[in-house]
Ligand binder design. Structure first.
Ligand SMILES: [Cu+2]
Length: 297
């Protein structure tokens, strides 16, 4: 109370401060609890591993290590540059903050500084360029004698896989997907596979996230790549290029199996009469597996 019986300014201020301090503390503790809960509940060992790969799925081919190290390395480089820039911003904001109304010393140029900020970006680009080319060469490398060759046809709106192996004396077997029953791509583990990508209609993109590999499928040209699956299992594949109405249903399954299972599957396809080569050409004008009525819509 002030001397005249009303609360004094000092007392009111003290009262307010007394009220806000515990409120602030409660807010801090509350935020801490929420963040800790989110971090702790979200951290299964699988998630922790994925964090270490900076969001990439578990790699399943011989090309994944090159992609992973380029991805993680680029992030580390970006964070180092970021930390330096943030540090400098913070330093100059504090060191050269306004202290009085006096104008700071006026300067026109600083040659060493200008040379530095001209050369620094070139150095950064140079390092990133070097590693990108080096890793890119590893990722796109192809051998002269791959163990298997598969012609992947991306057509609106499914996939056709032509296995170029000789099965029971037949030259090549194939399998094609429909909207109801998406295609399966079978691959033998630890054997090199050469892929030829073709399209009879529009541009698609062949993407198996677990292989860290994606390549456009372009009508009128053949895009090629090679890889060796290193892990058995079932993986998701999809079209990564918006290619029309049913683009989202252009999914497929990759089954990486043992050599025996792979051979058995190809014999199975041959037994079903799916021999020779399928180009997906007819499917391009209709909606495969969608029925005539819907196809004519
Ligand atoms: Cu597509």
């Amino acid at each position: 109370m002030g001397s005249n019986g009303t609360p004094g300014v000092d007392e009111r201020a003290a009262g307010l401060a007394g009220a806000t301090r515990p409120a602030k503390r409660r807010l801090l503790v509350g935020t801490g609890v929420v963040v800790a809960t989110l971090l702790l509940t979200g951290c299964s060992s699988a998630t922790t591993e994925q964090w270490k790969r900076l969001g990439l799925p578990e790699g399943a081919s011989d090309r994944t290590e090159a992609v992973r190290s380029l991805w993680v390395g680029a992030w580390i480089a970006a964070l180092i540059v970021g930390a330096m820039v943030w540090g400098l911003i913070l330093y100059v904001s504090v060191r050269y903050r306004k202290r009085n109304d006096e104008a700071p010393r006026q300067v026109r140029y600083n040659l060493p500084l200008e040379v530095l900020y001209t050369l620094a970006p070139f150095a950064i680009i140079g390092v990133l360029f070097f590693y990108t080319v080096e890793h890119g060469n590893k990722i796109t490398a192809m051998s002269d004698n791959p163990a298997h060759t598969i012609n992947v046809v991306g057509q609106q709106w499914q996939w056709t896989f032509n296995y170029k192996d000789t099965v029971d004396g037949q030259e090549g077997v194939w399998e094609t997907g429909t909207l109801q029953k998406p295609a399966e791509l079978w691959l033998p583990v630890n054997e090199s596979v050469h892929f030829d990508l073709t399209s009879p209609d529009v541009i698609h993109s062949f993407w198996v996230p677990s292989f860290y590999f994606k390549l456009d499928v372009i009508p009128g040209r053949t895009n090629r790549f090679e890889l060796t699956p290193t892990k058995t299992g079932t993986f998701a594949g999809k079209c990564a290029e918006l290619c029309g109405l049913y683009h989202s249903r252009m999914v497929f399954t990759v089954k990486v199996v043992t050599k025996d299972e792979y051979d058995a599957h190809l014999r199975d396809l041959a037994a079903r009469g799916q021999t020779g080569a399928a180009t997906g050409g007819q499917d391009a004008t209709t909606i495969p597996g969608h029925g005539e009525q819907e196809g004519e819509k």
